[in-house]
Design a protein around this ligand. Sequence first.
Ligand SMILES: Nc1ncnc2c1ncn2[C@@H]1O[C@H](COP(=O)(O)OP(=O)(O)OP(=O)(O)O)[C@@H](O)[C@H]1O
Ligand code: SF4
Ligand SMILES: [Mg+2]
Length: 320
Amino acid sequence: MAETILQVEDLEIEFTVSKHRSVSVVQGLSFIMEKGSTLAVVGESGCGKSITAKAILQLLPAGISRFAKGRILLDGLDLTGLSAREMRGIRGRRISMIFQEPMTSLNPVQRIGRQMIEALLAHRKISGSRAKEIAIDMLKKTGLPDPENRIREYPHELSGGMRQRVMIAMALLASPELLIADEPTTALDVTIQAQILKLLGDIKQSMNTSIMLITHDMGVVAEMADSVMVMYAGKIVEHAPVKELFHGPLHPYTEGLLKSTPRLDTEELHAIEGTVPSPSNMPKGCHFSTRCNRCMERCRKEEPPLYTNNGHRVSCWLYV
Ligand SMILES: Nc1ncnc2c1ncn2[C@@H]1O[C@H](COP(=O)(O)OP(=O)(O)OP(=O)(O)O)[C@@H](O)[C@H]1O
Ligand code: SF4
Ligand SMILES: [Mg+2]
């Protein structure tokens, strides 16, 4: 049986919206990631994808958000019980994150080589010259041209695609067991996007890294993922192996997402009408009921459970 790298159990994250009121932005989130697998997380803007990623890394905005419930187990270790210091030992070492905008994780006033060498020396007892060799080697792996000279440059001297490669190299320095990539290619042009995605695929193969890939792009999901988790308004609505999800989507929201993805064999493109409800104005019952064309009376009253059948999970009254 495949080993588990990450297990999230009944996670709930709350944000404070006023002095006496908080709202759940993520609720009842439970899922498992297998070692060496790629899990794609999809859903429209505001569905809770980034908040879930930040919760795993314990990078939620301090003071306004909190873990209301749940556990996050990394290879059996509950991250929610760790101190800030213990968590610093996990971030960058066992779990790394790459963001949509590389400048979020690169220091603009430090040469990239120095940033990488310092990151290495913080975690490993090696000489400065060995750290430099490892940094150059990792940059080479990401396909950055001329890394021996580029490491002397500042982030602003690099192109967007090059910065993304540097950020990926930084994230991989410590050979993390889990890499969380939050829209890693959205800001890049199409050819660079393809190169970066190929790079992530190669890394997964050669380093057996598990990847959580957050994306809006169903084409990327089809190419990269082993399984797909569809989120809607803070909840998982469907989770299935990638082929099963594409060939037999069950949830009306997943059907809508797939129909709104451009395809070569048809010009038809459907949009899902309406917008994702805000966490402070969530409809009673099924969160998708305000936009669902198969909505029944029961849907407006009761929330459907996340039902599992042969590894395919769906939260919809049509299947219970
Ligand atoms: N700092 C914050 N304060 C209050 N609410 C927040 C904050 N950050 C996120 N939220 C709320 O949490 C919900 C989930 O946000 P999240 O950033 O996870 O969405 P997302 O699925 O990543 O969307 P996108 O595709 O646009 O990146 C949203 O409703 C958002 O309004
Ligand atoms: S539970 Fe009802 S409203 Fe929700 S997705 Fe299913 S059919 Fe639509
Ligand atoms: Mg996001």
